[in-house]
Design a protein around this ligand. Sequence first.
Ligand code: ADP
Ligand code: ZN
Ligand code: ZN
Length: 665
Amino acid sequence: MNIARVALDVPLDEAFDFRVPEGMETPLGALVLVPFGRARKVGVVVGRARKSAIPQARLRDIERRIEDVPPLGAPELDLYAFCSRYYQRPLGEVIAAALPPRLRQVSRRAMPPPKAALTDAPPATPGPTLIPEQEEALARIEAGLDRFHPLLLQGITGSGKTEVYLRAIASVLARGRQALFLVPEIGLTPQLEGLVRARFPGTRVAFAHSHLGEGERATAWLAAQSGAAGIVLGTRLAVLMPFRDLGLIVVDEEHDPSYKQQEGLRYSARDVAVRRAQSLAIPIVLGSATPSLESWSNARAGRYELITLGARATGAKLPRVRTIDTRADRPKDGLSHGLIDAISRATAAGEQSLVFVNRRGFAPVLFCRTCSWHSTCRRCSANLVVHRGAGELRCHHCGHRERVPAACPNCGGVDVAPVGHGTQRIEETLREAFPAARIARIDRDSTARKGSLAGMLDQVRAGDIDILVGTQMLAKGHDYPNLTLVGVVDSDSALFSADFRAAERLFSQLVQVAGRAGRGERPGEVLIQTDFPGHPLYAAVARQDYGAFAQEALDERRAASFPPFSHLLLLRAESKKAGEAASFLASAARSARRLARGVKGGPVEVFDPVPAVLERKAGFERAQLLVRSDSRAALHSFLPAWREALSAREDRRVRWALDVDPQEV
Ligand code: ADP
Ligand code: ZN
Ligand code: ZN
């Protein structure tokens, strides 16, 4: 008898056995339609056997093979199996994350076969002549095209990293192989798409990101799998795309938090990309002005080859960065005199300014001066943010909304006022200070409508905007030659955050946002409003000294035994009823401690459960439990047994999720 093991998208670890009808070909990786309970599902053949542990009478037949999707290749199956093991999720779920929804549909129209490379393409737009540093970087990438060759390209903003990626991609295409180009969510701009298309007019480019329609996603997937597409350009989910012959992976802005999937299969696309390059024996280029401390320490340890680009490719000077001491120059409604003056000068000279505030909304919290009450979310205990236009308090974590109260809900007093500054409040202050200026706010609220961000950025580029105010959405990827001034407002809180990655994120945001200033002919200036003008982080931003920042940050991480000096697991639980999540975690901690005792290769440390830092989903009680070890191997030998123990105790009232290598703890 012929048995096929089929992975299905169900929350169970095993693959399911089915009988292969006489005459049906079901190679490994083939998509098949199978009966499942009273329904039918599309699954993938991941194993074959002569007999099954399931009694003959209960074995069911594969209904049919899905012919218009070629079988997944062995390298892809290997990658998905790795993700399943590493992140402890069922293989069927990993495959479901990788396969476009359209291809998993039980009934659909047949997909047309992928179209081959483009004929009668327009000539390629030539790139600029590389400067010597770029030449050197390219030569070092090209020196190892036939082996696993991880490189960290650390280049200041504007140093021309993109140009290096494009040349490396061209080399790989010339050898008849494919390239995967990963960018963060915010990095995937129409400009980048246009640039890639213009450079490679004869090459089919497949896009992979969450804003594509189902049909487009399926078509792109098949084009990559067949080799018809030479380049796949996409966000984190593109790392799971199939290829006929992948020859290079590029991860731009490799430090970006959006590479981490925060739901379901909680993978890090950067880490998966490295593992993929390793098993395919191909180069991978990780690029950033401010690499993650993980990648930086890999480079320092010699595991990655380090390439640095220290000058701007266009010859433009780096902006001058200064702090404004807000203890002396007290901001009024968020803006100091120093910053207002600088904006006036830039506006008068016909230049653009950008004010960076990393908090959307009007003010981060509503505060009662009588009794010290402040607005918190009933569902998740985050501070509720004041949105003045809508007259609402909103939770940026779970989405809860309520009306702004007329009086303090605690004491009934009326001395209730917004504290701190969000983008809306700074926008209001700017409008009062500069009534004649054209001001645009860019954040998640103002760009919710599809296409509105692109529209606003076009206006900025066309010179129709004088002052921009916005969040980190503004910080990267965009090039505004006429922007000469950047102001930074209210960034001090990240210096003292409980989150051990807050300083790293702040540093990279400030470097990115500072990098927006003075990209054209005129030099740029960056002014940071702070109560701590002498803080080493700001000093490192001023000198664009990533190395100094990283050194200090790594010393702190080492002292506290945080990544990259240790590896973490985070178990999160939530329940509707108080006490349930906590007791689930208390028992999870007990079983973890018991299992940790038997682990070889290094101690596994189990912390005590604590109320959760914020997450976006609703729930009345949330808590989390951290497990840590210096040894990745020890942690991963402990993990499966622990996960099994947790699953065995499955309690419908508690929802839990395990995050391997969490980003936010
Ligand atoms: P990064 O990604 O390192 O921040 P970009 O790749 O965006 O930098 O390059 C910054 C600017 O420099 C872009 O406008 C780009 O066209 C330009 N540029 C890149 N390489 C060169 C070069 N060799 N000569 C002239 N201009 C260049
Ligand atoms: Zn009060
Ligand atoms: Zn909330």
